[in-house]
Design a protein around this ligand. Structure first.
Ligand code: A5P
Length: 215
């Protein structure tokens, strides 16, 4: 992480932390950008904020900072989810899952009233491209990989907290909606890292020391 990129991540994260209101249930993403978000939320000292975490790492970091983390098993709706991304296209397609947490991240984003994406400016792309992160069931793994064609389990990455195998797809993306629909049709696939534009409420982009929004 260069200092310039870190500063952009921090600026975007701090802008998102300002959106948190007392009493809200917040969805916390995963990654190095969210690492700047957690202290920024904690610093607001809003006693009535509760959070759900998209990964054990985020959960531990949030608790360490004194944030009130609740279990996501029995919660129906999230007010505001905030998360980073690996790629953001002009149409607001996202690729997520560079840290392997995309399954829980997508469940949390989908349950949120508002999903705000925080990125450094280097995450903006003209077109979504491979790799697209995947989570696959261990059951039938070889047959699912064969159906996927250009996919490989991610070397050295442990299974997800839900037991899935983290992998990446390396084919030509083309139209993200077509690829997402095809991936969603494969029974052995738990989830993929393509997040559709209709899931995304805002994108906050750190650019130098200012924060832009995707129009
Ligand atoms: C975690 O699985 C990812 O979806 C992250 O949100 C994404 O990789 C962005 O990560 P950074 O904030 O570390 O760049």
């Amino acid at each position: 992480l260069t200092t310039a990129t870190a500063n952009e991540k921090k600026a975007a994260a701090e802008a998102a932390a300002a959106l948190v209101e007392d009493g809200m249930l917040i969805g916390l993403g995963t990654g190095t950008t969210v690492a700047f978000l957690l202290p920024a939320i904690a610093a607001r000292r809003l006693g009535g904020v509760r959070c759900v975490a998209t990964s054990p790492a985020t959960e531990a970091a949030a608790r360490q900072l004194g944030l009130h983390v609740v279990d996501f098993t029995t919660v129906a709706r999230i007010d505001l989810a905030i998360d980073g991304a690996d790629q953001v296209s002009p149409e607001r397609w996202l690729v997520k899952g560079g840290g392997g947490a995309h399954t829980r991240e997508k469940v949390v984003a989908a349950a949120a009233e508002r999903f705000v994406v925080i990125v450094s400016s280097d995450k903006l792309v003209d077109e979504i491209a491979a790799p697209v992160p995947l989570e696959l069931l261990a059951f039938g793994l070889e047959s699912t990989l064969a159906a996927l064609g250009h996919a490989k389990p991610r070397a050295g990455t442990p299974p997800s907290p839900d037991g899935g195998i983290i992998a990446d797809w390396f084919g030509r993306v083309g139209d993200p909606a077509t690829l997402a629909a095809w991936l969603d049709s494969l029974p052995g696939l738990v989830s993929h890292g393509l997040f559709p534009p209709d899931m995304v409420s805002n994108v906050l982009i750190g650019r130098g020391s200012v924060v832009d929004r995707l129009p």
